[in-house]
Design a protein around this ligand. Sequence first.
Ligand SMILES: NC(=O)c1ccc[n+]([C@@H]2O[C@H](COP(=O)([O-])OP(=O)(O)OC[C@H]3O[C@@H](n4cnc5c(N)ncnc54)[C@H](OP(=O)(O)O)[C@@H]3O)[C@@H](O)[C@H]2O)c1
Length: 268
Amino acid sequence: MDLQLKGRRTLVTGSSSGIGEGIARILAQEGCKVIVHGRNRERAEQVAADINAAGVALGDLSTDDGAASVYQSATAALGGNIEILINNAGGSSTGNTTKGPADISVDDYLSNFHANALSSVRLCRFAVPDMVAAKFGRIINVSSAVAVQPNNLGADYSGAKAALNNFTVSLAGSLKGVGITVNTVSPGIIMVDGLLRFGRIKYGDDSLTIEEVTQRLAADKVFDLPPAGRLGTPQDLAMVISMLASPLSGFVTGANYRVDGGQVRSLN
Ligand SMILES: NC(=O)c1ccc[n+]([C@@H]2O[C@H](COP(=O)([O-])OP(=O)(O)OC[C@H]3O[C@@H](n4cnc5c(N)ncnc54)[C@H](OP(=O)(O)O)[C@@H]3O)[C@@H](O)[C@H]2O)c1
């Protein structure tokens, strides 16, 4: 099936590694003109060269100036407004995994709100007026399973992702009949380098593969494998995002797609 993505001007934030890199790779394979984004120039340029991207944009999306600079350099490199915006950059900015909600500092809550909710809001403030003028746009916000099924720990991160889900629905509702869709995609646990590093440190063995780390963490009940029987891959996310990014998906908006192998037990 032709998803009609050829030549579409696309920014994938946080595509210098992990899930974003996987999304950027598949969208580039589908013919999108992709801008790779991150804070680390070397990694972003390496990915861009690897996937034959249209360019790179660097900047910290936790700040207004960083987001403005990313938007400007992305549109300049694309030679036009962004048609497909994948707001993927994020992750826990504090790394809190041991503190309960009442022990986490206000600064930590704010830090995660900037990194995981306002990072997307900032880019949407630039992108939406351009998309309205062009009468076409696809915005996909990468959230997390913990936005709707939070753990007792890490509430600074999960709360910020919940706000992102909420923002998605409001933005989708406000853009009536202008050709723009806004959706959330919520990963469960995905096999990225961060998980590999965590497992290798935990087991003191640098030779472990991502699959071995996953098996050992599951056996030690660090997490339960979801009904799919495995953890996710960046490609699992990229498949759903390609579908949502397509002009053919114009009737899907304000939705939250769980790509979590069945981790979240929810009827919707
Ligand atoms: N992996 C999972 O299991 C999982 C599960 C649920 C949700 N998610 C979500 O999926 C998204 C991608 O996560 P990942 O696991 O692929 O993480 P990752 O491998 O650590 O990659 C994160 C990417 O985001 C960029 N980034 C992070 N904070 C940024 C900021 N303030 N400004 C600009 N860029 C920033 C990083 O850029 P640099 O490294 O170049 O700075 C990097 O490109 C995140 O939103 C995360 O919350 C991940």
